[in-house]
Structures are given as C-alpha cells and as structure tokens.
Design a protein around this ligand. Structure first.
Ligand code: SF4
Ligand code: SF4
Length: 145
C-alpha cells in the first residue's frame, strides 16, 4: 500500500462512523439468526431428563434426586435440540448477553418446592367451631341462675 492510499484510508476513517458496536453505551442488538444461549424456566421443568439424554455434547445434567438442572455454557454448541424436544417448553434460546463467566461455566438451577395451598378444610372446621362456641354462649346466657 502506497503512503498516498494509506493517508487516504486514514482520512476516510477519521470522518466515518466506527465499525465496532458501541456496547455497552448502546444496547446490544442481536444479528439475524443469532442463536444465543439456552435458558430455562425451572418452575415449569418436570425433570424428565429428555434434554439431558438428547444433548449431543453432554452439556446438560439433570439430577432428579436434587431436583436440579445444570448446563455447561462452554460445552453447549447451541444446536437447539434440547429446546425443540422439551415436552413442557420450558427451554428457550435467549439472544441477550449472558453474565460474564468467571471460572465455572456450569450454571445450576434447582426446582423450587411447590407453594403450599391454604388449608380450606381446616378453616371451614374453625368456622364451625366458632359457630358452635357462639351457640353454647347463647344457651348459657339463656339458662336461669
Ligand atoms: S426436557 Fe424440559 S422438562 Fe425435561 S428435564 Fe429437560 S428442561 Fe426439564
Ligand atoms: S442447545 Fe444443543 S448442545 Fe446446547 S444444551 Fe441444548 S442440546 Fe446440548
């Protein structure tokens, strides 16, 4: 490259828009067909292990006893197989940036215990007891001394 064309390129670059993305100053916009990374809604997961068995690189581990689902982000090749096979559609491909991985690349999610339903029968029982108590009090007041 002659010094003249080098000077021309430098001058052009001085007044043109930067070729790089201005992240994080500007929000990240994924390219078309970006696959992203696997994300799970752990509350919906039924721990069937289908994703674990079908992953071609063994990136997913499901341990039913611990109610845990883990993924090794550095092993995953974003083939989308687990997402398409999940019977309850709790896996998705997220196109946003992942948090910076420092050291461990395995993320583990534990399925929370189901929320306890309010004890309707016990409440009904206590209402009945309250009514019975009120009736007893009225009867006691009505009795001559
Ligand atoms: S296939 Fe879906 S429901 Fe089954 S263990 Fe994997 S994430 Fe959970
Ligand atoms: S996207 Fe493919 S490689 Fe990644 S965890 Fe799912 S099945 Fe495995």
């Amino acid at each position: 490259m002659s010094s003249f064309s080098l000077f021309g390129t430098s001058l052009k670059n001085l007044f043109s828009k930067p070729a790089t993305k201005m992240y994080p100053a500007k929000p990240f916009e994924p390219f078309e067909a970006t696959r992203g990374h696997v994300s799970i809604d752990i509350e919906k997961c039924i721990l069937c292990g289908l994703c674990h068995r079908s992953c071609p690189v063994g990136a997913i581990t499901v341990v039913r006893e611990d109610k845990s689902w883990s993924i090794d982000a550095l092993r995953c090749i974003t083939c989308n197989d687990c997402v398409s096979r999940c019977p309850v559609s709790c896996l998705t491909m997220e196109v946003q940036y992942m948090p910076i991985a420092i050291g461990e690349s395995i993320s583990t999610f534990v399925k929370p215990e189901p929320k306890e339903e309010p004890e309707v029968e016990a409440e009904a029982g206590s209402e009945e007891e309250a009514e019975l108590e009120a009736e007893t009090e009225v009867e006691a007041e009505a009795e001559p001394e």
